[in-house]
Structure formats: structure tokens, C-alpha cells
Ligand binder design. Structure first.
Ligand code: C5P
Length: 217
């Protein structure tokens, strides 16, 4: 399936889940496997792009043929790395499941249990994709919306709010699976639905849409 339709294009991809440390032995995270983002990174490299993959935690093997692979832990670290690469990228695909909140305070020593309940204060993490959309120049932006309900409606809201060129909507309940059903929605609100397929096949479908959007420019 080798192809060169993205030859010379710089693509920045985030994938995986972030970990927000609470103390030396505990963290907040989520169920994202990182498979969709890693599949997109692999497909983009196969299509000839210069791929930078910034990854939170996953159990996956690093795709072949990447230009850069950068491993990060927290949302703040991911934000800093994305910010560093964004200016010099043509396409930014935000696939990572970034924690929306982090503990206000990191405890240097393991928190001891007591007989009473514990209240932990959380503070907002930056929305990486939203922040990049404010700095957008020529970059094509692709976001994901994993929703449990009102999937299309929520995806359209994010498309507008984050000034995206494409949003890929899917049902959040499939997190971790090797296959998915998605709807690719373009900024003109036209869309295509793609039925059950492997994430690798979906990666090629998503990148074909990216190529189409680039050709419209
Ligand atoms: O608003 P929501 O988190 O559902 O938006 C999902 C999209 O935004 C995904 O593309 C995700 O990678 C990105 N995102 C981000 N930084 C965050 C939260 C979400 O880049 N802090």
C-alpha cells in the first residue's frame, strides 16, 4: 500500500493517553490505547510524510519510518512539545486522549490513607488542540471527538470551537478496540460515514480526506 501522496508534508500527530501524577506511585489517566494515532502515524510515514509522533503512554510498538518520536507523560509536557513543533508543521492531527484535569498539587511523598474520605483538588489542563488553533497559520487541523451520546452534534461543536478542517467522530465505548466506525466531518459540515474497519484502514481513509482538503487550497 505504499504511496507518496504526502511526500514532503510535515505531519505532527499526538497519540496515547496522558498521565497526571498524584504522588510517586499514583496517577490519573484514561482508557485510550493510542492505536488510532499510531495507525495514522504509520500510514502517513508510508505515504511519504515527515512524521513527528508525540506520544503519551501506550503499550504499542513505535511505527516504522518516523522522522521524530517523542515520548511524554503529562498534558503539560505534551503541550510544550506540540508547541515546539507546531510552527513548522503542515498538518496537525490531535489524536491523544489528554487528561482535562490534573491534581492541583503533586505530593512528593506517598499519600497515606486515613479513616476519613479524601478530597483532591483538580485544575484544568490546557486544551492543546484549542491553543494551537489560536496560532494557526497555514496548518491543516484534524481533531477527534470520542463521545458516548449526541456524537455528531458534539463533534460539530468541537469542529467550530477549535477551528478545525476535519473532525473524526466516533463512539467512545470502542476505546481500545482494533476496529472502529467513524464519521469524518469536514469544515463545510459535509461528511462521510465509514463502517466497521481496522484502525489501519481508517488511517488511510482519514489521510485521504486530508489530501483532498490540501488539494482544495
Ligand atoms: O474537547 P475534547 O477533549 O473532546 O476534544 C477532543 C480533541 O481535542 C481531540 O482531537 C484531542 O486530541 C484534543 N485535545 C487536546 N488537548 C486537550 C483535550 C483534547 O489536544 N487537553
Amino acid at each position: 500500500n505504499f504511496d507518496t501522496t504526502l511526500k514532503g508534508k510535515k505531519i505532527l500527530i499526538t497519540s496515547g493517553r496522558t498521565k497526571e501524577n498524584i504522588d510517586p506511585v499514583r496517577y490519573l489517566s484514561n482508557n485510550s490505547s493510542g492505536k488510532m494515532g499510531y495507525s495514522i502515524a504509520q500510514a502517513a510515514a508510508d505515504m511519504g510524510a515527515d512524521v513527528t509522533l508525540i506520544s503519551g503512554s501506550t503499550d504499542l510498538k513505535i511505527p516504522n519510518g518516523l522522522k521524530n518520536f517523542i515520548s511524554v507523560e503529562s498534558a503539560l509536557e505534551m503541550y510544550e512539545k506540540v508547541d515546539e513543533y507546531f510552527k513548522n508543521t503542515d498538518i496537525f492531527i490531535a489524536c491523544a486522549a489528554v487528561a482535562d484535569y490534573r491534581p492541583k498539587e503533586y505530593k512528593k511523598e506517598k499519600i497515606k490513607k486515613s479513616d476519613s474520605d479524601l478530597v483532591m483538588e483538580l485544575v484544568r489542563n490546557p486544551d492543546i488542540l484549542l491553543e494551537m488553533s489560536k496560532k494557526k497559520e497555514k496548518q491543516l487541523l484534524v481533531g477527534f471527538a470520542a463521545e458516548t451520546n449526541d456524537i455528531r452534534e458534539n463533534a460539530l461543536k468541537k469542529l467550530g470551537k477549535k477551528n478545525l478542517d476535519i473532525i473524526v467522530a466516533n463512539n467512545a465505548s470502542v476505546m481500545g478496540s482494533d476496529e472502529n466506525v467513524i464519521e469524518i466531518i469536514r469544515k463545510d459540515r459535509t461528511s462521510v460515514e465509514i463502517s466497521q474497519k481496522s484502525k489501519m484502514e481508517l488511517a488511510y481513509d482519514i489521510l485521504s480526506e486530508v489530501v483532498c482538503e490540501l488539494e482544495k487550497r
